[in-house]
Design a binder for this molecule. Structure first.
Ligand code: NAD
Length: 485
């Protein structure tokens, strides 16, 4: 076990926190990935002060300098993708091929926003007043607090940090305390990319200890949060109820994403989409296909094919060759998954595959869970209404496309959704009428490109979209200027 403590990065210096915590490998709980500092409130305040001091000069640099810094970060992430993916898989439990995909996506995001730093556009309009014109420009918002969840340890930080910096803001970044390794590695890369001291700060630690400071400090202008709905509500309350100016905020939260399979679907396509959407990344994706809404003409064939495919899903060490499904992230999440499997049975659901915890695989003690599939469920059951956030999916049998659409939309959430059909008419109808931020036709509900907007509706999201050019809505503030020549 290594004894080096990975420190926080504040004002351009690596600093120790109030204490340090071990980062445990969920594929083998005997393996400690490293020791990582935990920041105190004073550390968080120091990071905010450093960001506030650095931001004006960062915004005043030539955009080319911001482009160069982000481009350099993207190039290094890409060049070190194998090593960074190993670290990600080791600390979070994501199967290595998925971890490589996530690291590459982080690199692409930095490259995309490197380009966007040079394309901060505006508008010039004639005024209704004779001879005047109106200029509409975008300016940075100031200091941005970035709070991220554990399930995408490098991609979600990337899709918040890169646009924040591209548009001239300074950043205080708090990763989830379960996955500080990827966050630290990203911070270390950014510390060598030519950012002036204080422009980017890393404070690792528990939300309940330093979260308040990152939300309530008046020097923070904006808060971008991804995580659970419960924490998201606390973030929103803190941002609006703090004294003085409210903080601008953006929330990306949970999902209960439907994937509809219609009678005319290509069975092979539907099963592949469902296996990938529901179980890859151990089902720990906000966009996971957790509700499979299936019309009765294809229902039995679909369930039989799913059960068959699930037999071949290898659950083992995230970094072992051939692993498709890694472990659940920690003991608490495993307990939550098992609780919902018990609840599903009690509610009358029929567990047709998986659902067993495996205390060890290949002699390694870890948080392993066989992907679980329930049939005979109704949309009223708790397992169809609450986010489980694990490798647990349900099948809801419906009569026809009308009922499928109604069931799919009957949820508090609205992040992603999907439909498998060979009918252009149905594809068009579902694309228009599914109440979600994202709709996938004959594709898994999870997995979006780095250059297009990401986000949802209803209880899944609040505020402007993330990623792509739409990110400018959150990370800039618009100024309207009248000019009388
Ligand atoms: P979480 O809400 O427990 O934690 C998210 C972050 O908030 C962590 O960094 C945590 O330390 C911090 N936090 C906790 N309490 C806080 C407080 N009082 N003040 C400020 N910060 C605080 O979520 P999680 O368990 O890390 O992640 C899983 C959740 O994230 C799931 O609900 C999932 O759907 C959601 N998620 C959503 C998206 C999306 O884009 N919609 C993407 C990924 C994950």
């Amino acid at each position: 076990m290594t004894t080096k403590t990975h420190g926080n990065y504040i004002g351009g210096e690596w600093t120790e926190g109030q204490d340090a915590a071990p980062n445990i490998n969920p594929s083998d709980t005997r393996d400690v990935v490293g020791l990582y500092a935990r920041a105190s409130r004073a550390d968080a305040e120091a990071a905010i002060a450093a960001a506030q001091a650095a931001q004006p000069a960062w915004a005043a640099l030539s955009p080319q300098q911001r482009t160069d810094a982000l481009d350099q970060a993207g190039s290094e992430i890409q060049a070190r993708k194998a090593e960074l993916a190993e670290l990600l898989a080791r600390e979070e439990g994501k199967a290595l091929p998925d971890a490589v995909g996530e690291v590459v996506r982080a690199a692409q995001i930095f490259k995309f926003f490197a380009g966007e730093a040079l394309r901060v556009g505006g508008e010039l309009l004639p005024s209704t007043r004779q001879g005047m014109s109106v200029e509409i420009t975008r300016e940075p918002v100031g200091v941005v607090s970035i709070i991220t969840p554990w399930n995408f340890p490098i991609a979600i930080p990337a899709w918040k940090i890169a646009p924040a910096l591209a548009y001239g803001n300074a950043v205080v970044f708090k990763p989830a305390d379960l996955v500080p390794g990827s966050a630290w590695a990203l911070a270390e890369i950014l510390s060598r990319c030519g950012l002036p001291a204080g422009t980017f700060n890393l404070v690792m630690g528990r939300g309940r200890e330093i979260g308040d400071t990152l939300l309530e400090d008046a020097r923070v202008s904006a808060v971008t949060f991804t995580g659970s709905e419960a924490t998201g509500r606390k973030v929103a309350q803190a941002c609006v109820s703090r004294p003085g100016a409210m903080a601008k905020f953006q929330l990306e939260m949970g999902g209960k994403n439907p994937m509809v399979v219609l009678d005319d679907a290509d069975l092979e396509v539907a099963v592949s989409c469902a296996i990938n959407g529901a179980f890859h990344s151990t089902g720990q994706r906000c966009t996971a296909s957790s509700r499979l809404v299936v019309t009765e003409g294809i229902h039995d064939r679909f369930v039989a094919a799913m059960v068959e495919r699930m037999r071949g899903l290898a659950v083992s060490d995230a970094r072992a060759p051939g692993t498709v499904i890694g472990p659940v992230v920690d003991a608490k999440q495993l307990e939550q998954d098992l609780d919902y499997i018990r609840i599903g049975r009690e509610e009358g659901g029929r567990l047709v595959a998986g659902g067993d915890a495996l205390p060890q695989v290949d002699g390694k003690p870890g948080f392993y869970l066989q992907p679980a599939l329930f049939t005979e469920t109704t949309n009223a059951m708790r397992i169809n209404r609450e986010e489980i956030f694990g490798p647990v999916a349900t099948v809801i049998r419906v009569r026809d496309a009308d009922e499928a659409l109604a069931v799919a939309n009957d949820t508090a959430f609205g992040l992603s959704s999907g439909v498998c059909t060979t009918s252009l008419k149905q594809a068009t109808r579902f694309k228009r009428q599914l109440q979600a931020g994202m709709v996938m036709v004959n594709a898994p509900t999870a997995g979006v490109d780095p250059h297009v907007p990401f986000g949802g509706r209803k209880a899944s999201s609040h505020g402007p979209r993330e990623q792509g050019r739409y990110a400018a809505e959150f990370y800039t503030t618009v100024k309207t200027a009248y000019v009388q020549p």
